[in-house]
Write a protein that binds this ligand. Structure first.
Ligand SMILES: [Zn+2]
Length: 171
């Protein structure tokens, strides 16, 4: 495997633009029926690129707020139920196949396959699934009543074939 290429912001936008254009070509050729929600999500994230500074943390905060204020109170029970909900929610929304890998030393590990943000994207040298990380963080904070930080350690943006998120519970 070749060493990971770290792209400049400009180069990253260019690659992402190529992906978006390819998807739009397929869409206008009538080939991608049923994938429009994935495409629109990617379009929003791609468009945010142009706003540049701080957009990663804006996406993370957006995911977290949405999870805490719109989703969390609709989920009955505590953490096991919240995890069951998260897996189903990711699947129903077309975000990807979420797997709760396990818990260890106040950390939770998640894997996300076929992630709608980064699946089959050209590597850009950094993780890009900050909205998804924020969603997990928001649900955990709401259900545990503690501060939680979620980091994405594997990502399509880094050239990995699935995402991995590590949630750290801050006491
Ligand atoms: Zn992803």
């Amino acid at each position: 495997m070749s060493p990971l290429e770290v792209l400049s912001g400009e180069k990253m936008i260019e690659r992402w633009e190529n992906t978006i254009n390819k998807e739009l070509d397929e869409y206008f050729a009538g080939k991608k029926r049923g994938k429009e929600s994935v495409m629109s999500k990617r379009a929003i994230i791609y468009s945010l690129e142009w706003l540049s500074v701080g957009y990663f943390s804006a996406l993370y905060m957006a995911g977290k707020k949405y999870a805490k204020h719109a989703l969390a109170e609709r989920i009955k029970g505590k953490l096991p139920d919240a995890h069951i909900f998260l897996v189903k929610f990711f699947s129903d929304m077309g975000f990807g196949k979420l797997v709760v890998v396990g818990a260890q030393n106040k950390r939770y590990v998640y894997r996300l396959e076929h992630c709608s943000t980064c699946w089959e994207m050209p590597p850009v040298g950094k993780p890009v699934c900050f909205f998804e990380a924020g969603l997990i963080a928001g649900i955990l904070e709401a259900k545990l009543g503690k501060r939680v930080t979620v980091n994405e350690t594997l990502c399509g943006g880094l050239g990995d074939n699935c995402d991995e998120f590590i949630a750290r519970i801050d006491e």
